[in-house]
Ligand binder design. Sequence first.
Ligand SMILES: Nc1ncnc2c1ncn2[C@@H]1O[C@H](COP(=O)(O)OP(=O)(O)OP(=O)(O)O)[C@@H](O)[C@H]1O
Length: 439
Amino acid sequence: MSIGLDVGSVLNIQQNPMVLINRDYRIIAANRAYQDAYGVRADEVVGKCCHEISHHSPVPCHMCGEDCPHQAVFNTGEAHEVRHIHYDHQNHAEHVRIRGHAIKDQDGNAYLGEEIIRLPRQEEEITCGELRMVGRSPAFMRCLHHLEMAGRTDASILLSGESGVGKELAANALHQFSVRASGPFITVDCASLPETLFESEILGHERGAFTGCLGRKCGLYEMAHGGTLFLDEVGELPLAMQAKLLRVLETGSFRRLGGAETLHADVRVVAATNRNLLEMATQRAFREDLYYRLAAITIDLPPLRERREDIAGIAKVLLDRIGRNWGGGWSLSKEAEIRLCAYDFPGNVRELRNILQKAAALADGPVIQPRHLDWAVSRKAALPTAERPSLPGPGKTGLHPDNLDELLRRYHGNRRQVADVLGVCERTVYRWLQRQTAG
Ligand SMILES: Nc1ncnc2c1ncn2[C@@H]1O[C@H](COP(=O)(O)OP(=O)(O)OP(=O)(O)O)[C@@H](O)[C@H]1O
């Protein structure tokens, strides 16, 4: 028996905005919630490609390095969830969570049912005290999605990534995403913890536990009860301390130094390292059993040079912070921004912060110019091809730059960003695109 269903009315059961998309990326239906949320009629989006509508991109989002629900659902036939940035018809960006559902019609044809969960503005940026975790690149969005998913579990998590990529901010984000968010977030800096103080710092001590010990002290492990214990630079922990830590983590039970009572704390552990712990384990410099205890889930944080699109946004946030702390206000000139975006940042966000602090100190006005940037940045005069503006020469204004498609891919079809990089207004990019499509 076959039932002829009206697709629109079925989609309307869904309270979140939802569109039905075919294998060719074409939207074939949009529910009422979608139309209300985005102020469009179904016939304005039906027949158009999903990437044109939500990313303003001429190519599917997996071709821009994004985790694409379309590709995942059609390849696997299974549901797939991601975090994306969508652009509405006025080019406003919003963070959304996309749930891709695999749907089949009565003839067995496959479709993607894309449910859109719009995230409140405060969920767009993860804050850690006054610090904001900023980024829009596909690599950053993927990482944020993994942090959010892992945060919802109670598993121990190992964050890895080069120095200065933001592992501490990410650990804080994990805590905020977790059910323990209202509990304490306690950091242990494993690199600076002297071996002699390990037990008293982590486990605490009773009065008179050692010479000169005047009072009872709660250890960091106990202080993290109901919350998260963040073990920063865990790869620096000497082997003897690794064994002691493992014992506590395995049982959740401990005794304060000089104490007789066995105590228990309910702690979720997040650890971070910029070293390869598995390789250290093969060299017997890190305990393999501790590695597996810490790394139920591992998340890699991408270096800044692999998410160059984030540099300008992070620089702005860092300059705002510098301005607040130093009582001033600085911004980057277009040329200085282009130089920064071309630099490789071996020291990642921390290096960017240092470069901006120095530049703000050297700048003779509120605008930072290339001459104020560190020599390492300025030296890199030759920009990578994708960033190097190759504008048409005078008298050839009808032509578009050779690298327009490449730039659109790099900036996920965001014409405004491409216009900024090329130093033209957005309408010009729009005109170029129209001429390109026309022939
Ligand atoms: N995405 C981001 N947005 C804004 N600021 C960031 C971001 N990532 C890192 N930072 C800033 O960069 C600096 C370094 O970050 P953090 O200390 O978290 O790095 P880390 O990876 O833990 O470094 P290390 O391995 O050396 O401990 C901090 O000042 C942090 O606030």
